[in-house]
Design a protein around this ligand. Structure first.
Ligand SMILES: [Zn+2]
Ligand SMILES: [Zn+2]
Length: 276
């Protein structure tokens, strides 16, 4: 077989850098968790979510879904670290601001495409009629999620979400050039921690935790009803731009009806019963 065609591709195959990225992500996650839990507010929120997780894990269908994802998750991760990241990484020195710009670019571009997939494929947000609502309905069985519910999800949705994320890194690396290993490590940790945090049962709503409280509350508004807004996951930028911000009363056409019903029954917030 003529290897000439593959040679240029394989010379850019940096499997060692992909391995360093995987180790770096695990290390930053573990060290970050240790440091964050030194802060009392984070410890309290962590305890609240751990208690809810323990209670939900006693339900067989819940434990079954978590087992399902522990089985499939590693398959998708290996596919990304073997099949995608080795083509996108460099260890060449870069200025710190370059890394910050790259982190912002990856997260913002990913969030834009995730917004579209979430709104138009996972929900009936207009145009396409929500062809994958049956997949996403699994995640929405949790009406008042806790941190663990970030992974209470259909494996097809895990594959699509991670595929979109890896695809964003690959696509942008073709345009912007290879990303530094440190960039990919920090972006990955930010991506997963933001997704986890959105599901946190979070009560600390004072400086300097206000932003964290807002992000958790907004994603809980999304979970409270399947017709809710707040489709983006990294920031609220695209929901603000496209008019789908949901402060607890839905968005667009459903907003008026939900607000009228809530006001009539004296409900200020979406119901906060445990989902599942
Ligand atoms: Zn949703
Ligand atoms: Zn969610």
């Amino acid at each position: 077989m003529d290897t000439g065609f593959f040679a240029p591709l394989l010379t850019g195959y940096e499997w060692q850098l992909s391995l360093y990225a995987a180790v770096g992500i695990a290390a930053v996650t573990l060290i970050g968790k240790y440091l964050v839990l030194l802060i009392p507010a984070f410890r309290a929120e962590h305890a609240r979510n751990a208690a809810m997780r323990r209670s939900k894990m006693t339900k067989p269908h819940y434990a079954q879904n978590q087992r399902w994802n522990r089985r499939w998750g590693p398959v998708f991760l290996i596919a990304i670290f073997v099949g995608v990241l080795p083509f996108c990484l460099t260890a060449g020195s870069q200025p710190w601001w370059q890394m910050l710009l790259d982190i912002a670019a990856i997260l913002l571009v990913y969030d834009f495409f995730y917004y579209l997939v979430h709104r138009f494929l996972f929900h009936d947000g207009g145009l396409l009629g929500g062809p994958l609502m049956w997949v996403h309905a699994v995640h929405h069985r949790q009406h008042n999620p806790c941190r663990q519910d970030s992974s209470y999800i259909h494996p097809i949705e895990v594959a699509l979400g991670l595929g979109l994320y890896a695809g964003t890194i690959f696509g942008l690396s073709r345009v912007l050039g290879d990303f530094h290993v440190v960039t990919v490590v920090l972006t990955w940790v930010a991506f997963s921690q933001i997704n986890l945090h959105n599901h946190d049962l979070w009560e600390t709503d004072r400086f300097p935790f206000r932003y964290l409280a807002t992000m958790s509350r907004m994603h809980h508004n999304h979970h409270a009803r399947f017709t809710g807004g707040n489709f983006a996951t990294i920031t609220l930028l695209y929901d603000w731009l496209f008019g789908t911000l949901d402060h607890g009363h839905g968005y667009g056409k459903t907003k008026v009806a939900i607000r009228a019903r809530s006001d009539a029954s004296g409900i200020k917030k979406p119901p906060a019963e445990a989902g599942g």
